[in-house]
Structures are given as C-alpha cells and as structure tokens.
Design a protein around this ligand. Sequence first.
Ligand SMILES: [Zn+2]
Ligand SMILES: [Zn+2]
Length: 337
Amino acid sequence: MSELRQNLATKEWYVIATERAKRPHDFTKGKKKHQVLPERVDSCPFCPGNEHMTPPATLVFEDDSGWQVRVVGNKFSVFSPEGTTERRVNGIHRSMTGVGIHEVIIERPEHNTIIPQLSDAQMELVMRAYRSRYRALIKDPRVEMIILFKNYGEGAGCSLAHPHSQIIAMPIVPTHIRYRIEEPRRYYDDFGCCVFCHMAKIEKSEGTRMVSENQHFVAFCPYACGAPYEVWIIPKRHISSFGNTNDEELGSLGKILKDVISRIYYGLSDPDYNYVIRSVPKDEGDALALHWYIKIMPRLTKQAGFELGSGMYVNVTLPEENAKFLRELKLPASGGE
Ligand SMILES: [Zn+2]
Ligand SMILES: [Zn+2]
C-alpha cells in the first residue's frame, strides 16, 4: 500500500508510492547523456574574452590568471532593474511595476566545469559570490525577497551550458512563500523552537535519512518529499537569512554542497537538477521561527495531471532508501584540492 507523508516544516503532503518503487538504475537506463563540452566556446557570452557580450559585471573575483567568478546582469531579465515599485488597481485587476534585479553568477571561466570537479576553494568562492550579491541586493529598498538557484541541464530549465547560477531580487513576497513562513511560525508558537533546528537534530539522531554532514551543516532526504533523491542541506546554527551565514560556514557550505551534488552526479549518472536557497523575506532576517536551507531536486520524474490538480507530489521512491544509496556511495578521490 502506498503511504501519505506530511512534511513537518511545510505541512505539505506527499504520496510515497512504494509499490511503484524504482531503483537508481531505473532512472539512469536509456537516459540521454549530457554533451561533452569544450573548455571554451567562441559564441558563449560567459566565456572569457566575451565579456562585452554580457551586461556589466556587478562583482568579479579574480586572481593572477584572470577572473574566477563573475556576476553580471541577466540579459533576459524577468524584472527591470530601473524604476520604482508602483501598485495599480483597475476595477478587479491588481498589478504592479515589474521592478527587480536578475543576475547571473558565472561560476567558473571554463565552459565545461561542473560542481563535482571544483576544488573546495573554488566552491567557496561561488558561495562567497552568492552571499555578497545577496547582501548587496537585499539592501535595495525596493527588494522584499531574494531567490537564489541553479538550473543544471535542459530538463531543469537550463538553456546555457556554461556553469552558472541565478539570483532574482523581487519587490513582493509570493503567496507560496507566505505559506512556508506561516507553518514554522505556528510550530514555534506551539513548541517554542524552530522547526528546522528540530528537524535537523532529529534527522541526525535517527540517521536513516542522512546523506552527509560536516561541522556546520547536515544533508538529508526529507521524510516527506516529492522528488526521488531530493536532499535538503540545513545549517546547524539557527540562521534565518542566508545573508547572515558567516565566513566559516560558507566554506563548509561549499564542501557539503559539492559532496551532495557529487553523490547525485556519480550515483545517478549525471541527472539534470535544480537547487534553490530558501531564505526568508527581508523583514524576517532575524526570525526565531524561520531558518534558511537548500533544497536540491534531481529531475528524474515529470509532474502530471494529478500533481497539477492536487498540488501533491507522488514520489516513487522511499526517502530512506534514497538516503542510504547516496550516503554509502563511494566517491572518486576529488581532484584540484
Ligand atoms: Zn562558456
Ligand atoms: Zn532554526
């Protein structure tokens, strides 16, 4: 019989359809492989030498060999960086000026590097760029909320192969995020503690869903989640805003993110994936009830009508088995340390 599970933090329900349970190789057989890419592509706007093809850089980390991480405005921005936030009401219709900032974090100069190949220092630099832009953009009085994410592979919505992530600073807090604030608040009212701190502690002590751990973070497959091999990475210290992550934690974050992505990459034959940093709206920067984390979602299955109709995801794998598989995977010795 299948099982319905509720996520403690979000209160969302998921169907764990164990009878349709799939093994890792069910997802990888017959899958189209990602193309082998060259180190530089003449027409790629993110490759060194083509800096004139992007909007101006807002942040550059460089060493003697040139830039290492470069952040630029998104040429195809979903928001306009100029202007003021204005709400308009016309009869029953409400609208607002589409003001916001959309930037691209170019993670490496090489066109063909992927996270499992980055050194710890290179990973840390990417995390530093995330935090630096987060801190800068959250200060903009028009900005209410920041979304930081990476799309990897076409199935995850990635249209440009050069390794990059994106940051979008928005003038509103979407309804979806309000729900994700209200439930942890209720939990705090009832129990006097942060639900994410509690969850991280329980997952660590139970161990069955743990994937990885280091000094400052735990990574686990949530008890109730909608995607096969979904992993959450939670800071052990209670931090509500990603912007308040300290230097030492950033180094740890780079290491655990690389570790988890590598497990997914090697274990599931390089699947498409998304990850998103779920931080809090600007006004909630010190909230006792809220806690930032990263959600990583390999794109191994597709959503269909049932998901659309119910808002409830069917997971054809068991989070406990996913975690065991990822945790026990032997990773090749990492290069470029
Ligand atoms: Zn490129
Ligand atoms: Zn917490």
